[in-house]
Write a protein that binds this ligand. Structure first.
Ligand code: HEM
Length: 476
């Protein structure tokens, strides 16, 4: 536990107990870089366990390893240079392409150059503030169904919160992509998504060693059945929707599928091919499902460890949701709940590393960067960096409320990245996380099961190792 008080903070009724603050668990950084074999092992098992103490202290650190020369950048001004000012020189790296290409290859997340520009312009309206606000009711329905399901079960029982949140965020995507949801196929779809993310989640040593892509990767082979299943389900949904759009266009729902099929690049009028539509549906699910569910899992865990913060969120949601559910206008009344989500994304950023390969030579401050150099910007490192954050390990949502929020550097806080390739689903994800967290906390109080030790593990996104077993009790 650390001290909660900051210079100039006046906390009414502050006493010794209230001033204690929870320190969020993390692997202990190494005193020196790992040697080749332990590094390979750690990269496969848990990449966030490979960092050294110096990464959390230095603004820029270059080093040679089995991965070649890597420069880790944690200086906000240089990050701005890479992600915004000179972003054309820093496309996404080859390793990322190799690891994620199955299923996502043609989608927005991995596209580059003109293909990316066309898709980004065409897809922007799918995530405009107006469209995202329009999804609030679907998100509130899914959150209310979760609470209703818990209500039907024994009070005080043990659940795996990670599993429950994963199912819930998948339901949100099913409802917002295909408004009628997936019906009978939801459970089958959920299992296929889990298998897909599981298979893709571990970095294959062949990819680390840059071996030719014709050598089959175990993960990609394991992902194939799930991908064939998605393809069959999604193709059918697209065919059905196209028929509705032709026969009775007025009756087609305004969900992401209709918007994807109607998307046009405003500059050229070009739409997406059938394969691009499919790849983007898989991309939205892969990029938006586990990231958001892990955020919620970590938030519920952090709240279970800090009674003072939990009581403040409970007071806020009780006042904002008198009828137990989110309605129009509720979100504006939840600034502290939003701050809890933002602080959770700082401590446990689902996208723990962003990687780029320099296309041409460049200067990063005094450091000369050669063409082909690999650049790593790690939200995990950046968000716990000693130069950038006061008490970096402390769970302290007030950082994201005024007046302290104004001092958070835009390029020191990157849960959604920055620049042209910033997460297109950021406001969708934030809205969803707030709706679900508020609805759950309005009804339930969760406590961590005794004896479970919590540690983050990096897969496709940053999960909690061994799930998150908690006891759920109805609030009276
Ligand atoms: C808490 C939840 C989420 C987090 C932390 C997150 C994080 C990120 C980050 C860091 C990037 C940039 C990667 C880079 O620059 O290398 C990104 C890109 C992207 N995200 Fe998200 N994301 C979340 C939710 C979502 C959702 C809900 C969707 C869609 C429904 C989504 C779709 C995408 C797409 C398509 C891209 C690629 C954008 C482009 O390259 O133009 N994400 N996300």
């Amino acid at each position: 536990m650390l001290d909660r008080r900051h210079p100039g903070d006046a906390v009414p009724g502050d006493d010794l107990v209230q001033s204690r603050i929870f320190e969020a668990p993390a692997p202990t950084p190494h005193t020196r870089p790992l040697r080749t074999l332990p590094l390979l092992r750690a990269l496969r098992q848990n990449p966030v366990a490979t960092w050294t103490e110096r990464h959390f202290e230095e603004p820029v650190l270059s080093g040679e390893s089995i991965l070649g020369k890597i420069t880790v950048v944690s200086d906000p001004a240089l990050i701005r240079h890479i992600l915004v000012d000179n972003q054309a020189n820093y496309p996404k790296d080859r390793l990322q392409h190799r690891v994620l290409s199955s299923g996502l290859g043609r989608g927005l997340l991995l596209a580059e150059g003109d293909t990316w520009r066309l898709q980004r312009r065409a897809l922007a309206p799918l995530f405009s503030p107006r469209t995202v606000t329009g999804f609030e009711a679907a998100m509130a329905d899914v959150a209310a169904e979760l609470v209703a399901r818990w209500d039907r079960q024994r009070d005080g029982r043990r659940i795996d919160v990670a599993f429950e949140m994963a199912r819930t965020t998948l339901h949100v995507l099913a409802r917002t992509i295909f408004s009628a949801g997936l019906g009978r196929r939801t459970e089958e779809f959920a299992t296929a998504v889990t298998h897909y993310l599981e298979a893709m989640g571990k970095i294959d040593p062949l990819d680390i060693l840059d071996m030719p892509t014709w050598i089959p990767r175990i993960g990609q082979l394991r992902a194939r059945p799930a991908l064939s299943f998605f393809d069959a389900v999604v193709t059918r949904m697209i065919d059905d929707r196209r028929r509705v759009l032709v026969d009775e266009p007025g009756s087609a729902p305004r969900d992401l599928l209709t918007l994807l099929l109607q998307a046009r690049d405003p500059e050229t009028g070009t739409g997406l091919s059938e394969d691009d539509v499919k790849a983007n549906i898989v991309t939205f699910i892969a990029a938006g499902h586990e990231t958001t569910s892990n955020t919620l899992t970590w938030a519920l865990y952090l709240l279970s460890q800090d009674e003072q913060v939990r009581l403040r969120v409970e007071a806020e949601v009780d006042a904002a949701l008198p009828d137990q559910r989110i309605v129009a206008g509720s979100l504006e009344k939840l600034p502290f709940t939003r701050a809890v989500i933002e602080e959770t994304l700082r401590l446990y950023p689902p996208a723990a590393t962003l990687t780029r390969d320099a296309a041409g030579p460049d200067m990063l401050g005094p450091l000369r960067i050669k063409a082909g150099s690999r650049i790593v910007i790690s939200p995990w490192v950046l968000h716990r960096h000693k130069r950038l954050w006061e008490q970096p390990q402390a769970f302290d949502p007030d950082r994201f409320l005024p007046p302290r929020k104004a001092s958070v550097d835009r390029f020191a806080y990157l849960p959604f990245g920055a620049g042209p390739r910033v997460c297109i689903g950021a406001s969708f994800a934030l809205q969803e996380a707030i709706v679900i967290l508020a609805t759950v906390l309005r009804a339930y109080r969760l406590t961590l099961c005794q004896g479970h030790s919590v540690m983050p593990i990096q897969r496709v996104s940053l999960r909690s190792q061994g799930g998150m077993p908690m006891l759920v009790r109805r609030r009276t």
